[in-house]
Structures are given as structure tokens and as C-alpha cells.
Design a protein around this ligand. Sequence first.
Ligand code: DX5
Ligand code: ZN
Length: 221
Amino acid sequence: MSSPHVPLLAPSLLAGDHAHLAASARSVADLGLTWLHCDIMDGHFVPNLTFGPETFAALRRAGINLFFDTHLMLAEPQRYVEAFAKTGSNLISIHIEPAYDHAATLAHIRALGCQNGLVLNPGTPVAAVEPFLDQVDLILVMTVQPGFGGQPFRRDMLPKLTQLATWRRERSLNFRLEVDGGIDLATAAACRAAGADTFVAGTSFFKAPDKAAFAAAFSVL
Ligand code: DX5
Ligand code: ZN
């Protein structure tokens, strides 16, 4: 299943050094990579906590110019999109599972000058995001249950990618198809074959003995 997009690696700051987040972000930029995946957790939608808008503002002040691919794992994301847009997000992804006005929030994200994305958990059928495909810049398929890095990749998510890539082609849409959770070179290749083009990598990137070689391998997936 081909993708209209070249493969893109988005290292996840969650797996970086939380005492030196700017240094971790700089290690991504120094490789010539452009995206940084930023996981925002609220302790409600997922059982963990990470960073907030002020972290982004501080990273911008520290000179980090990466594209902030912001993954909001929040029970009420609509309350926070403006704060993240103002402090430096370039793309803001919201989950389909909580009850709020998804279409209005996706439109609000664009009105704030950001790209938007819609995310589905492993237990959520792909049909849940189907009505929104013409309103998004990115669909993020979770390949682990969100909340923590370092979990094993869920191969049973591959058919979702195939279905989304089929809808994208049939409807002449252009959204990016991103995967997040347990991504390394082998699992990324399987996702690429199923139609994914944007690869979040936390543990595998920050623990790679040679980050430059790791990033180069992703660019030719
Ligand atoms: C999981 C987060 C991921 C996480 C992935 O809740 O959404 O972005 O950083 O980590 P790895 O790549 O270690 O599975
Ligand atoms: Zn994420």
C-alpha cells in the first residue's frame, strides 16, 4: 500500500532526558531531522503525567526550532489546544475516545494556525475516525496502549493502516498516517508496507548506539 508521503521519523521526547529536554531535542535537530513527537498526558485519560505548555515555551526560548508534533492524551483536549498552539505546537493531535466536539476541536486547531491530527487507541475500531478523514492533516494509529514508552508493538494494528491507506487513496486525500508505540526499524518497515509514512520512535531512537545510522535507515524505508 503506497503512501503519498516520504517516510518521516519523529523521535519521542518522552524517551529523552527529562532533566535536559533541550539537549535531547537538540540531538534530534543535529541529525537534520525536523519533527519532534511530544507526548502530553493528564493522569486521567492515561495513567501517567509528562510535560505542559510551559515546557514547549522553554524549549522555544532555548532555540529549539523543530516541528512540535504534539500528541495530547487528555480527557478534555479541547480545553488545552489554544495553550499548546500559543507556546509552540505545530501539529496538535487529539484522541477520538473521549466525548467532546471532535470536529469543532479539529477546526479550532487549524484556526489557531496549527496542523491537526486524530488519534485512535488499539481498542478503537478504525470506523470511529472514518467520518473525519477529510478534516485532518494526520491520523495517528496507536500501536501500543498509550501512557508509557518501551512497550511491545501490536502487530494486530496493521490492518487499520491498510484500511486507512485504502480510504486515503480512494478519496484522493493527503493526510499523513502516523504510528506510535514499539516502533523500531523492523516494525516500522511492516507499518510502511501497510501504508504508514510517519514513525514515532522513543526508546529505539534514544537508546540507539548510532542515532545517525538509525535515522538514515528510516529515511529509506
Ligand atoms: C506512548 C506514547 C509514545 C511513546 C512511544 O503513550 O504516545 O509516543 O513515547 O515510546 P516507544 O517508542 O518507546 O514505544
Ligand atoms: Zn505519542
